[in-house]
Design a protein around this ligand. Structure first.
Ligand code: C2E
Ligand code: MG
Ligand code: MG
Ligand code: MG
Length: 280
């Protein structure tokens, strides 16, 4: 009976895995169609500077405009797109769209674009960025690229060369989700960066958890010592923002300031927030 049960268990996993594989193949196919038809949209979330109390830029966040399922968040398709390599054309599309949108914003505003590790390691990444800037007319110093530690770990020399090529153009580089990955301190010295983005995981527990406070305090101190800016992600409460300001964090991003918005809402948002955000 035990053996039969064991076999059934295997059969169950086989079926689940096969279904999973089928779902992935379907998603991969649908992504391919969506790429060909450009059924994606870029939404923008403001980054708010705590000292000047002004919006300094927006992060570009991709959404899939699915014909039946509506708007789908990146968490549902970026991992598959990374596995299949579709992230390279998708990421290029996002980058080009973000540059084309940002060129219409007031000139002091930057756009931050996420680069997946696969994209960052592809040999054409610098050319792709150059083309996106040239075709849109966006000055390089208005573009920031967000990379995660996973983009840096495998090929140190390659990563260093890519970072140097980007930064020599005046493009800024931010290390995203800081604190969740390897967070090797050696990386921060080895790789030229401009900014650390403190992961929302730490920000979320700032007001309740002393350990989270210690971690955020340490990250901000470390960043200052290395002359890096800090952005705190996932700021949802006034209390979190007040603490981050007291700790010397440079800017914040989160639902407290605004949810990500479609491109067409950016200019109206800026007009509104000129009076609303300033006293915050
Ligand atoms: P991320 O780059 O760390 O982006 C921040 C995520 O946190 C976004 O989720 C944003 O909507 C969400 N967020 C912002 N404020 C708050 C808040 O106050 N509370 C909470 N709970 N969440 C908040 P989103 O848009 O679902 O994106 C998820 C991840 O997908 C991003 O994390 C990024 O890693 C990836 N991603 C998004 N767009 C792109 C893209 O164009 N290319 C690549 N390679 N990855 C992307
Ligand atoms: Mg990001
Ligand atoms: Mg992040
Ligand atoms: Mg994140």
């Amino acid at each position: 009976a035990a053996k039969a049960g064991g076999r059934n268990t295997y059969r169950f996993f086989d079926t689940a895995m096969a279904e999973n594989a089928r779902a992935r193949v379907r998603l991969q196919h649908e992504l391919g169609v969506a790429l060909a038809k450009e059924q994606f949209a870029v939404h923008y979330q403001p980054q708010y500077h705590l000292l000047t109390r002004e919006v300094i830029g927006f992060e570009a966040l991709v959404r899939w405009q699915h014909s039946e399922r509506g708007l789908i968040g990146p968490g549902e398709f970026i991992p598959v797109a990374e596995e299949t390599g579709q992230i390279v054309p998708l990421g290029t599309w996002v980058l080009r769209q973000a540059c084309r949108d940002a060129v219409h914003w007031p000139a002091h505003l930057r756009v931050s674009v996420n680069l997946s590790a696969v994209q960052f390691r592809s040999s054409s990444v610098v050319d792709v960025v150059d083309m996106a800037l040239a075709d849109s007319g966006l000055p390089p110093d208005r573009l920031e690229l967000e990379v995660t530690e996973s983009a840096l770990i495998e090929d140190h020399e390659g990563a260093q060369a890519t970072l140097m090529a980007l930064r020599s153009r005046g493009i800024r580089v931010a290390l995203d989700d800081f604190g969740t990955g390897y967070s090797s301190l050696a990386y921060l010295r080895r790789f030229p960066m401009d900014k650390l983005k403190i992961d929302g995981m730490f920000v979320r527990s700032l007001d309740s958890d002393q350990d989270a406070q210690a971690v955020v305090t340490a990250i901000i101190r470390l960043a200052k010592a290395l002359r890096l800016d800090t952005t705190a992600e996932g700021v949802e409460t006034k209390e979190q923002m007040v603490m981050l300001r007291a700790l010397g964090c440079d800017d914040v991003q989160g639902f407290l300031i605004s949810r990500p918005m479609p491109a067409g809402q950016v200019m109206p948002y800026l007009a509104r927030s000129a009076d609303v955000l300033t006293p915050a």
